[in-house]
Ligand binder design. Structure first.
Ligand SMILES: *[C@@H]1O[C@H](CO)[C@@H](O)[C@H](O)[C@H]1NC(C)=O
Ligand SMILES: *[C@@H]1O[C@H](CO)[C@@H](O)[C@H](O)[C@H]1NC(C)=O
Ligand SMILES: *[C@@H]1O[C@H](CO)[C@@H](O)[C@H](O)[C@H]1NC(C)=O
Ligand SMILES: [Cu+2]
Length: 383
């Protein structure tokens, strides 16, 4: 129960905060701290602390005691990484909920079906961040409910691996990784040459270690029947050049720092060339992370959720959204944009009351329920 006295105190506290708060954009960071990742780590820490403070003050079911903490892959002990990988392998053995989709054989495949249906509406549009946030949550829930997984979805700080992606703890092929590179293929097509990128160091099937026995069932988008049953090996084409030029620590830091509002932030993340601030970013960090993995289905705009690394890459996108929001929570709960990719075909602005319908995989949710990671269907923060 709130007394008048408390309200007055609260008002005084708010006034005090306003008096001392420095507008976020005015904070200076040195070039050295941008490049080393220190500035990003500082943003991350501040956002975490701010979210925890909000948890202290909130009366929702999500509390400091039950909030889940999503972590970077290399900050997770080896046995927990193996548990995560095994839960994903388990999901690949569970039945699909889409009996009418010929190529959907497993509960893992279902995520591609969902993503493909939404792809033209949830990239370079108002719901890019909220859709993928709910998508990851749905995946995490499946791992828990169907495979007894007790951890959280990890994320992948791309910039830590741009020096040599083949040695990444995420993709080094060891038991504690999400599988290694594909076999080296010389003279393969290089779709990212349009961005000036060098070819990757793999390109063929993953021949040994985790996921070498995984069969990709659906896609690719260019096939005669993308949702048909098209079994094949998983291919990867790890690419340090793409990582260093589009997904470095500096690239990531500046995306967070220079995102003055949601419209610009999401444009910077995706290299949305309709905005002058993003017009020189090429594929930007979102594309950079995707094409650092590359291959099939990793490099497929529609079917990339069939690449197990997808969820760690998008974990990072969601983490950056969390960090950006919680650096200035009061001003960062909005959305911007329309309901179609690059507004083609032209459509109306999406509102917070519009919904994303994940049925039969998860209930329909209003966009406004998907803004905050510590309320509504969510209860997690990023460390
Ligand atoms: C892949 O399957 C073969 C044959 O069933 C098996 O011998 C091998 O250990 C499996 N490899 C992995 C990494 O699971
Ligand atoms: C990404 O960062 C690197 C340095 O880490 C820089 O050379 C490159 O220009 C940046 N790329 C973009 C698109 O800003
Ligand atoms: C749609 O949103 C943009 C800003 O994101 C705004 O400038 C424009 O006026 C809005 N259009 C309508 C019809 O509300
Ligand atoms: Cu997507």
């Amino acid at each position: 129960m709130k007394s008048l006295g408390n309200s007055v105190l609260l008002a005084a506290a708010l006034l005090l905060c306003q008096a001392v708060a420095v507008p976020f954009a005015a904070q200076e960071v040195s070039q050295a701290d941008v490049e080393s990742g220190k500035a990003l780590a500082d943003y991350s820490k501040t956002a975490f602390d701010n979210a925890m403070k909000r948890l202290d003050q909130s009366d929702s079911a999500c509390t400091k005691d039950n909030v889940k903490i999503r972590k970077e892959w290399r900050n997770i002990p080896g046995e927990e990484r193996i548990a995560y990988r095994k839960a994903v392998e388990c999901l690949m053995q569970k039945p699909s909920v889409f009996p009418d989709v010929e190529g959907a054989k497993t509960a893992f495949d279902d995520f591609a079906v969902l993503h493909v249906a939404f792809t033209p509406y949830v990239h370079n549009s108002a719901t890019f961040l909220t859709f993928h946030r709910y998508f990851l949550k749905t995946y995490e829930q499946r791992l828990e409910d169907q495979c007894g997984y007790t951890g959280t979805i990890p994320y992948w700080e791309w910039g830590l691996d741009c020096g040599d992606i083949d040695k990444s703890p995420l993709f080094d092929g060891s038991e504690t990784s999400m599988g290694g590179n594909g076999e080296y293929i010389a003279n393969k097509p290089n779709p990212m040459a349009v961005f000036g990128a060098k070819p990757g160091t793999g390109g063929g099937c993953i021949k040994k270690g985790p996921f070498s026995n995984y069969t990709v069932n659906l896609g690719p988008i260019g096939s005669r029947k993308p949702l048909g049953y098209n079994p094949r090996c998983i291919k990867r084409d790890l690419n340090s050049d793409i990582c260093a030029r589009w997904a470095s620590l500096a690239n990531t830091t500046l995306t967070v720092r220079d995102g003055t509002d949601i419209e610009i932030f999401q444009a910077l993340l995706q290299g949305d060339f309709r905005y002058k601030q993003a017009s020189n970013l090429g594929m930007a960090v979102h594309g950079g992370g995707h094409y650092t993995i590359g291959g099939d289905p990793g490099g497929d705009f529609y079917f990339s959720p069939l690449e197990p690394g997808f969820y760690l890459h998008h974990g990072q996108i969601d983490r950056l959204y969390f960090v950006w929001q919680n650096l200035d929570w009061e001003n960062r709960q909005g959305i911007a944009g329309t309901g179609t990719m690059m507004n083609m075909p032209a459509s109306r602005n999406v509102t917070l009351d519009d919904t994303l319908d994940f049925s039969p995989m998860n209930p329909k949710r209003a966009v406004k329920e998907l803004i905050d990671t510590i309320s509504g269907p969510f209860c997690y923060v990023y460390e």
